[in-house]
Design a protein around this ligand. Structure first.
Ligand code: RIB
Length: 311
């Protein structure tokens, strides 16, 4: 009998990414030539929605795009991935979000976003999806959308006892009222620093930052530490789950691959350690390829990656 797909609701942004891959990132005022140009579907919310869909979830996406060609193209892409777009609003009053991204030879990036329609996502847009949120396995939210939309998504998930993953990217200050409703908080090093004031450079400082976030009411803190892995902290335990070594081509959307995979794994009922390991694999595969959504792996690719590690 076919396994029922876990339901993941993603509330977040949708962007079109204009990417230049160059040997090195320019300093302010400097021009670097010789780059390669790619246009790719992106946006933290959309990337996480696509990641979860490719890994086997039934994904419902709550977002806003413009009525421009970027928005139409984005919607076509989500539909091709089997994502439910009934709560994606086509907004005639602003453009689809755009991200200008530069990626250097080591895969590091710099990103500037023009949010456009993303910044017009309202609490009412999110409330319209309440009945779907109420029966979701996991709700997944990031911070590229207005604060009221974030708060409403977290609050609705909490009220319906649905676990909510908040990926606090890009970092903005978060209040304890919100944090106490978050089941899983997944900052990277710099976002953890932004939230706690503690500079996260290794396992010891990740531990301190995680402790500060637990004290503010988060139930599970997972700090992603790039090539070092992911640091998990709950009231009961703390541990570092190591990363998988790969040759990075483009780290854009590695965090999104991780969060999308985490949502699927948790909605499927995997243990937290197993879910983080699965997510680390998704992140690792994604950095070996260019672009945000083009880099996100499917389930069979994760299985292949795992098999290669064992062989
Ligand atoms: O997390 C990566 C994403 O951040 C990119 O796809 C870009 O659109 C920005 O939102």
């Amino acid at each position: 009998m076919a396994q029922t797909k876990p339901v993941v609701v993603v509330v977040g942004s949708s962007n079109t990414d204009m990417v230049v891959k160059c040997d090195r990132l320019p300093h302010p005022g400097q021009t670097v030539t010789g780059g390669k140009f790619v246009v790719a579907a992106g946006g933290k919310g959309a990337n996480q929605a696509v990641a979860a869909a490719r890994l086997g979830a039934h994904v419902v996406f709550v977002a806003r795009v413009g009525t421009d060609s970027f928005g139409q193209e984005a919607l076509r892409g989500y539909e091709a991935e089997g994502i439910d777009t009934q709560f994606v609003v086509r907004d005639p009053d602003d453009h689809t979000g755009v991200a200008l991204i530069m990626v250097d030879a080591s895969g590091e990036n710099m990103i500037a976003v023009a949010s456009g329609a993303n910044h017009r996502l309202t609490a009412a847009d999110v409330r319209r999806a309440e009945s779907v949120i109420a029966r979701a396995g996991v709700v997944l939210v990031q911070l590229e959308i207005p604060w009221e939309a974030v708060r409403t998504a977290v609050k609705l998930a909490y009220e319906h006892s649905v676990p909510v993953i908040l990926n606090p990217a890009p970092a903005v200050p978060l209040d304890d009222d919100l944090l106490s409703r978050v089941s899983y908080l997944t900052p990277n090093e710099s976002e953890a620093e932004g939230l706690t004031g503690i500079r996260v450079v290794d396992e010891a400082t990740a531990d301190q930052a995680a402790e500060a976030l637990l004290k503010r009411g988060v139930r599970h803190v997972i700090i992603t530490l790039g090539a070092r892995g992911a640091f998990l902290a709950t009231q009961e335990r703390k541990l570092l789950i190591p990363a998988f070594k790969v040759n990075a081509v483009d780290t854009t959307a590695a965090g999104d691959a991780f969060n999308g995979a985490l949502a699927v794994a948790l909605a499927r009922g995997l243990s937290l350690e197993a879910a983080i390991e699965f997510s680390a694999k998704a992140g690792a595969v994604s950095v070996t390829r260019m672009g945000a959504q083009p880099s996100l792996p499917r389930e069979d690719e994760i299985a292949e990656f795992s098999a290669e590690r064992v062989a």
